[in-house]
Design a protein around this ligand. Structure first.
Ligand SMILES: [Mg+2]
Length: 168
């Protein structure tokens, strides 16, 4: 087996960057097809574009985590930026949707934006023992509501096994 080139998985020079751009390109391909169909999920060649988008987003997120981990990028900086940006996107979504969405739905979304804002404003949410950040479990919520860590929280298993206390 030939040795990997720089920027590839397995190299020691910015490993995973080539995979990151490859997966980002695959997301672009699916999005391009969705735009071409006017948002219809059934593509002319038979595939389901919603399913393909889900798969490629998953691939892209995996590539992001790999690049972060394999290049020892600062996880806290990235997570903090991720939270702030996610909250901003939700806020824009609510603001832009205000003229077309039913008001009750907007109120509900604004409540969620406000909740996310409080989490960010309060700094990184932590369990009383200080070992956790942004896990839905640490916030006393159902793990399925976790969006901040995309289920990559290293302490999730500890919470589920009872090794770390849940906030109630
Ligand atoms: Mg892919």
């Amino acid at each position: 087996m030939s040795s990997p080139g720089p920027y590839s998985i397995g190299s020691n020079h910015w490993p995973g960057l080539s995979k990151l751009i490859e997966e980002a390109g695959e997301v672009q391909q699916v999005v391009g097809k969705l735009i071409a169909t006017g948002g219809k999920t059934k593509h002319w060649e038979g595939s389901d574009l919603r399913e393909r988008l889900q798969e490629e987003l998953g691939d892209l997120i995996a590539a992001c985590f790999f690049v972060m981990e394999a290049n020892s990028l600062d996880e806290e900086t990235i997570r903090s930026r991720h939270q702030a940006k996610l909250m901003l996107f939700h806020r824009w979504h609510v603001e832009q949707a205000d003229s077309v969405a039913p008001s009750a739905k907007v109120d509900e979304q604004m409540d969620e934006v406000s909740r996310l804002g409080r989490l960010v404003d309060a700094g990184t949410p932590r369990n009383p023992d200080g070992t956790i950040n942004n896990c839905a479990l640490a916030c006393g919520e159902d793990v399925r509501t976790c969006q901040m860590c995309l289920n990559h929280c290293p302490d999730q298993a500890k919470f589920e096994s009872g090794l770390l206390p849940l906030k109630v």
